[in-house]
Ligand binder design. Structure first.
Ligand SMILES: NC(=O)c1ccc[n+]([C@@H]2O[C@H](COP(=O)([O-])OP(=O)(O)OC[C@H]3O[C@@H](n4cnc5c(N)ncnc54)[C@H](OP(=O)(O)O)[C@@H]3O)[C@@H](O)[C@H]2O)c1
Length: 425
């Protein structure tokens, strides 16, 4: 396996060198000097990559000057995960710590993007020659426009529709056709993607004589990329089934720039065979897609779970900056601390520990957590900044103590949340 991994890393170096001249890869390399290495924990396999002056240099062996190291538990795990057809294989390796990232998180992210774009570009060149099914995008807001651009770049014949017709112009200039109504857009395509706002907008576009369903062919698929409710999703599935066509719940995670770069995360649920048939289309605008099961509402639940995390983290960061302003912590220092915190394998470790309900591997116990939660609350109160989240955390840590969990890792607050949600112990 050691030799196989060495060969795979050699292959990656060759792809990076070859693709370095491509404009999108060249743009990522321009004016950058970076040193990255990929190795196994025992150092038996190591390859370093040096990026300088727009060129890629690579050699066998580790480099002490590397800004970031991707460290695999062993060669066998690395080969298995890197070869896996599962697009989540590397993310899962990070989650279960068979792969750890040591060093600068920004450089790690940059290298990950570079490797993916270079590899996808190499593959894309072959893919473009194959015939692609016709696709329509309905809704050219910030997300829909990016999704449409990614589909065009991947070579799909594209028709677009938007309520405000001017928004079709840039896409038409890039090679798409504009349709006059949702029905006409749907009639032109095998796959129709909607990227609208909420329940009302999607239902407004789907129903009625000029609506999407009036034009959708029997074997065509409607891929719903908007964030809508579970109730509306079930209604859409039923409406499509009545007409003998398929609706796939496929909300997306990522910002508009990720949509335009083909880098979104897709969350899909619904009929598995419909998902399999839609995979190529969805992968044109996603970096990875998770299939979450047959119940169409599951993808929307997952999307809301991610948005809850994002919304509260955004609010939490603002609360911390406000505290910084009140107490004199330089905001630049807080910014650096946040970046380090999010890149820390320790945070990823908590996600795994909570998922596995494994609270025996003690990092910090509940008593210590409660002491800190109380200190945090007092400091916030003194600064007249409301830190809402810790009020809840303090209450839950106190409850964990009452439940006799005081000696467990403080992530055991999960058990309090589970109990409060009525989940079996
Ligand atoms: N922005 C993000 O970062 C992000 C990330 C992930 C997911 N999302 C989700 O993606 C979806 C689109 O978001 P966005 O940011 O692209 O929104 P946006 O820029 O506001 O675009 C909304 C689109 O929906 C159309 N629309 C709204 N109401 C309509 C109606 N009643 N009938 C017909 N068309 C209607 C708009 O048409 P007009 O141009 O005519 O107004 C526009 O094309 C939302 O469900 C959002 O929650 C957004």
């Amino acid at each position: 396996m050691k030799l196989t991994l060495e060969l795979m890393l050699f292959g990656l170096a060759a792809i990076l060198r070859r693709e370095a001249k491509r404009p999108d890869v060249a743009a990522m390399l321009r004016d950058r000097r970076r040193v990255v290495q990929i190795k196994t924990r025992d150092d038996k396999v190591a390859r370093s990559f040096v990026f300088a002056g727009g060129a890629v240099f690579s050699r066998r062996g580790a480099l002490p000057t590397a800004e970031v190291s991707f460290v695999w538990r062993d060669a066998e795990t690395a080969v298995r995960r890197l070869r896996s057809a599962d697009p989540e294989a590397v993310a899962n390796a990070l989650a279960d710590q068979s792969l750890t990232i040591v060093g600068d998180g920004d450089v790690a992210g940059w290298f990950g993007d570079l490797a993916r774009i270079a590899r996808r570009g190499a593959k894309g060149a072959k893919d473009l020659s194959a015939a692609k099914p016709a696709v329509a995008v309905i809704g050219l807001g910030r997300m829909g426009s990016g999704i449409a651009l990614s589909l065009l770049r991947a070579g799909f014949p594209l028709t677009v529709y938007n309520r405000t017709a001017e928004k079709t112009r840039p896409l038409v200039a890039a090679g798409a056709k504009a349709a006059e109504t949702p029905a006409a857009a749907a009639a032109s395509a095998k796959f129709v993607i909607t990227s609208l706002m909420g329940d009302a907008s999607v239902l407004a576009v789907v129903e009625g004589p000029q609506g999407l369903l009036a034009g959708l062919g029997r074997s065509s698929v409607h891929i719903g990329a908007s964030t809508i409710s579970a109730g509306a999703t079930r209604r859409l599935v039923a409406l499509h089934a009545e007409r003998g066509c398929a609706y796939l719940a496929a909300p997306v995670v990522g910002r508009p720039d990720a949509a335009a770069a083909g880098d979104l995360m897709g969350l899909v649920s619904g009929d598995r065979s419909v998902f399999d048939a839609s995979r190529d289309v969805i992968s044109a605008y996603t970096r990875q897609t998770q299939y979450l099961g047959e119940d169409p509402a599951t993808a929307l639940a997952a999307k809301l779970a991610i948005n809850y995390t994002a919304a509260t983290l955004i609010d939490l960061m603002g609360q911390v900056y406000a505290f910084g302003e009140k107490t004199g912590i330089p905001l630049a220092a807080l910014h650096t601390m946040f970046r380090m915190l999010w890149a820390q394998p320790g945070m990823q470790g908590y996600a795994t520990r909570i998922w596995r309900r494994d609270f025996e591997d003690l990092g910090f116990d509940v008593r210590g957590g409660l002491k800190d939660a109380t200190l945090i609350l007092e400091a916030a109160q003194a600064a007249h900044v409301r830190w809402d989240f810790v009020e809840t955390t303090q209450r839950k840590l106190a409850r964990a103590l009452e439940m006799g969990l005081g000696e467990k890792d403080w992530s055991v607050v999960y058990e309090v949340t589970r109990a409060e949600a009525g989940l079996a112990a």
